[in-house]
Design a protein around this ligand. Structure first.
Ligand code: ADP
Ligand code: MG
Length: 224
């Protein structure tokens, strides 16, 4: 049995290698995408137009996964800005609500006044987006996703994302946040690991409760 230090060292090496490989895969993908776009303009290929479109979209998707993975493995320090969590939520609401409505679901915000935080706006935005996406994906029609903010007794600013889905699959609750752990057919399994890494970089903790009636994530930001 490997000891913990050796294990962490090995994970780090694998991570660095994977980041290198991910980066190298991008170049041939860019070339293929360029040729596909050229071919798509060919008059004789007009009947296959939708196929070219699909191929380019799939390449873009693969590229997105690589971007997420590289962001994750960089673990770069955040540049903090003085910002209010509620303003991040408000700026994302139109996007989230549009997405929810398309799927016959609802987003219900309930924001209370909180002190400004020293956090990275883009990162926290990404965390919120990843978690609300998961919440929406966990629910069937008419499900409600609640987004709340409050201040706890330690003066931490807390963000709550609560859904009415059927809970996190017991086989993965302990592994939540490990890259590539997903129960979805076309999931990347990167969303939660990105959330954990963002929380760590922004002095926040993530807790959750989950059961057959839904899942509640609470992200607590240290305010001092
Ligand atoms: P992905 O969404 O691509 O599968 P994530 O890292 O975002 O990857 O999530 C990992 C897994 O955690 C999901 O596949 C799902 O099984 C589980 N999960 C995350 N959030 C929720 C939630 N709100 N309700 C139920 N399951 C969830
Ligand atoms: Mg996800």
């Amino acid at each position: 049995v490997e000891n913990e230090t050796a294990y962490i060292e090995r994970l780090k090496t694998i991570g660095e290698m994977a980041a290198g490989v991910a980066h190298e895969i991008r170049n041939p993908m860019t070339t293929v995408k360029g040729f596909l776009q050229l071919l798509a303009q060919d008059k004789n290929e007009q009947k296959n137009h939708h196929i070219f479109k699909l191929m380019v979209e799939e390449l873009d998707r693969a590229n997105e996964i690589i971007t997420e993975f590289l962001d994750l493995s960089k673990n770069k320090p955040s540049i903090a800005q003085v910002t209010n969590i509620n303003s991040i939520i408000k700026s994302l609401l139109p996007l989230l609500e549009t997405r929810a409505l398309k799927e016959n679901k609802l987003i219900l915000p309930n924001l209370s006044d909180t002190v400004d935080l020293s956090i990275n706006r883009n990162e926290v935005r990404q965390l919120l987006l990843n978690m609300v996406n998961n919440a929406l994906e966990a629910m069937t029609d008419n499900g409600v996703c609640y987004i709340e903010t409050f201040t706890d007794k330690y003066e931490n600013v807390c963000l709550v994302i609560k859904d009415e889905g059927n809970g996190i699959c017991p086989s993965i609750t302990k592994k939540l946040g490990t890259p590539f752990v997903s129960t979805k057919e076309s999931g990347t399994g990167l969303g939660m690991s990105i959330c954990y890494s963002i929380a760590e970089r922004n002095n926040a903790t993530i807790d959750f409760t989950t059961g057959s009636k839904g899942t509640t994530f609470t992200i607590c930001f240290k305010s001092k």
